[in-house]
Design a binder for this molecule. Sequence first.
Ligand SMILES: [Zn+2]
Length: 259
Amino acid sequence: MVSRTTDDYLKMVTSGCEAVCEPAFWAGFDRSSVAGFYDYFLQLTMHEPKRAERFKLPHYSWLCINPKESEDMVLAQEVLDLIPKFLDRPNVLGIGEIGLNKNTRNEIAILEKHITLAAEHGQLVLVHTPHLEDKLKGTKLIVDLIKAESRLEPGRVIIDHVEEHTVSLALDAGFWAGITLYPESKCTPARAIDIVETCGKEQVWLNCACDWGVSDPLAVPKTALEMRRRGHSAEAIDSLIYQNPVRFLSQCRKFKVGR
Ligand SMILES: [Zn+2]
């Protein structure tokens, strides 16, 4: 939400959103030093929760250096060293969104370090998978790397941005799968529900982005409408849209939403 207006908070809270979970991600530009990440982590863990509180919306965050900026190995190590200082903040849910962007050697090395960090600190993990032609190979690499860390339970890891050809890679390994809704890229509501109708919804959730680019904070409620149009029951919609993310996120004791 750091790149969004307060109007978005208002729209979300009035459409029934109960919490925001904001991953550390690429901000649309490369930060030039570890000091930039220090300030970003303060923003995610101190300043943005206060802004959200004005709209009575609990704000949670995830911490990491995203794969795009982790190509700079020196900077990435400095940021990795910074993360443990913030893990005890009351709104931090875990490590994310880590993963791969172009599946390079440097990205893989920094992903492995994040996986070790999450295992050592008992953190939940949120994983970004690459775009377009890099997605299948990248998702396979990510799944293998995480499976190799025996201290990480697959049920505490969500592989995000899955598509038709990658969703089973995540689910078959026991991970959760995230389907990300965007107006111009990734999944539309109709496509997301096609995937859910095919793969089942036991360990799947939907998310949308509040990005620096074109994105829609109300994409999840719009997808609930798509489910209603197709005749899904109120219980089925509630379990996919609400209960599933609550079930996953409640594995972190700090996460609380109330009805
Ligand atoms: Zn991502």
